[in-house]
Design a protein around this ligand. Structure first.
Ligand code: FAD
Length: 382
């Protein structure tokens, strides 16, 4: 018998690999014609790297990552430094690797490992419309009408999960009103004075801009987010440079210089969902963004999907599918909810603070030492 994994993103492929390494047969059903990630960079925290290590792909992802020296929070208006978290020996010995990676440099090693595993069957053009189940197994009903049978089904089909629609039925995800504009700049275009091996985040009134080097230092990933009251979800829509820039005022000179380097922008209107605990319907369970989509502000969506994958693989027992899935959901749902709340809090109180709230934020960070920051991050990275 086989476990069906719906969706071949980071969460789905990590789950397939984890289950196969634990001795189970897996079929991955991916809607798209190929396994690939859209967007460019991703920050992978120590908790994410530990999961990649557990899945056996940590070393290859590390070898393709940019190992930044510091995470820096600056004021988007004045440019002044608000706080810095060195990614140094002290950080690494306590938590492990923190690095920035091209999304495909996370997905491709997972995909390679899945392709070379004889217990994994990878199928593209296999969008799942629904599932049925009985006491013995579960059937994925593909959009084509084809049926695929298994002993269990994991819905790792992302923010607009068809599995979740059937399992939870809570409608569309919640539109945050925040628009993220992403661009990739050739590193050679960046002035030397701005070339630092750090993740820099400029926090301004109702906006923030993040940038860091990816792809072995060849490209710079730029993510600029505005709390602009957007009301409709959007994913990857091309936008004009001038339409991006008007959301980011007033903006300090360095941040403006970086943003002026970008000419091809794409926009996403961010969505999340309030945390739930009912991730399971008998032999069917949710994972990754399908279970707990978060705003990107804690840089944890993919890391949490990886944690889900390792957790599910380690508790899965084909003799007790329902019990295994219940254990997995119980182990994971509280932590995923905490990440959800932390992500919203960071957006509201740290990244987009304005006026008095920004002053309070600056005072809060000024009162914290690096050791204090480590303590505050321990629940997430430790
Ligand atoms: C702007 C931005 C920045 C981010 N930055 C970070 C970061 O720095 N660090 C971090 O950890 N996370 C980050 N994230 C979050 C991260 O990208 C996601 O949480 C993560 O990719 C979720 O993985 P997933 O596998 O659960 O879902 P997805 O990556 O969405 O994969 C779902 C897969 O399922 C497929 N699919 C969909 N419907 C069906 C269907 N019906 N049948 C079959 N297949 C289907 C899709 O084609 C896709 O391949 C960011 C997100 C955004 C938007």
């Amino acid at each position: 018998m086989t476990v069906l994994v719906v969706g071949g993103g980071i969460g789905g492929l990590a789950t397939a690999l984890g289950l196969a390494r634990a001795g189970h047969r897996v079929t991955v059903l991916e809607a798209a014609p190929a396994f690939e990630e859209i967007g460019a960079g991703i920050q992978v925290g120590p908790n994410g790297f530990r999961m990649l290590d557990t899945l056996g792909v940590g070393p290859v992802v590390r070898s393709r990552a940019v190992h930044v020296d510091e995470l820096r929070l600056r004021c988007g208006v004045s440019g002044k430094l608000i706080a810095g978290l060195p990614i140094d020996d002290g950080f690494r010995s306590r938590f492990g690797t923190y690095a920035v990676v091209h999304r495909n440099d996370v997905l491709a090693p997972l995909l390679d490992a899945c392709q070379s595993h004889d217990r994994i069957d990878l199928r593209v053009n296999s969008g799942v419309a629904a599932y049925t189940q009985d006491a013995d197994g579960v059937t994925a009903v593909l959009r084509s009408g084809d049926l695929v049978h298994g002993e269990a089904l994991v819905g790792a089909d992302g923010l607009r999960s068809a599995v979740r629609r059937q399992l939870v039925g809570d409608g569309d995800p919640q539109v945050s009103g925040h628009t993220t504009f992403r661009a990739v700049i050739p590193a050679q275009d960046v002035p030397d004075s701005l070339k630092e091996n750090v993740v820099t985040l400029w926090a301004g009134p109702r906006y923030h801009v993040v940038w860091y080097v990816i792809a072995g230092g060849r490209s710079v990933n730029l993510v600029a987010t505005a709390d602009n009251g957007a009301t409709e979800a959007m994913a990857g829509k091309p936008v004009e440079h001038a339409d991006v820039m008007r959301h980011f005022t007033p903006l300090c000179a360095d941040a403006a210089r970086v943003m002026e380097l970008a000419d091809e922008w794409r926009a996403w209107v961010l969505c999340d969902r309030m945390p739930i605990t009912n991730w399971q319907d008998q032999r069917v369970v949710l994972l990754g963004d399908a279970a707990h989509p978060v705003l990107q502000y804690a840089a944890q969506g993919a890391c949490q999907a990886l944690e889900d994958a390792v957790c599910l693989s380690s508790v899965y027992d084909p003799r007790d599918v329902r019990g295994s899935f219940a254990r997995y959901a119980a182990l994971r749902s509280e932590r995923a909810a905490r990440v959800h709340h932390a992500s919203r809090w960071m957006g509201r109180e740290v990244y987009h603070a304005d006026g008095e709230a920004a002053l309070a934020r600056d005072a809060m960070f000024a009162s914290w030492t690096v050791a204090d920051l480590h303590e505050r991050l321990d629940w997430l990275y430790g």
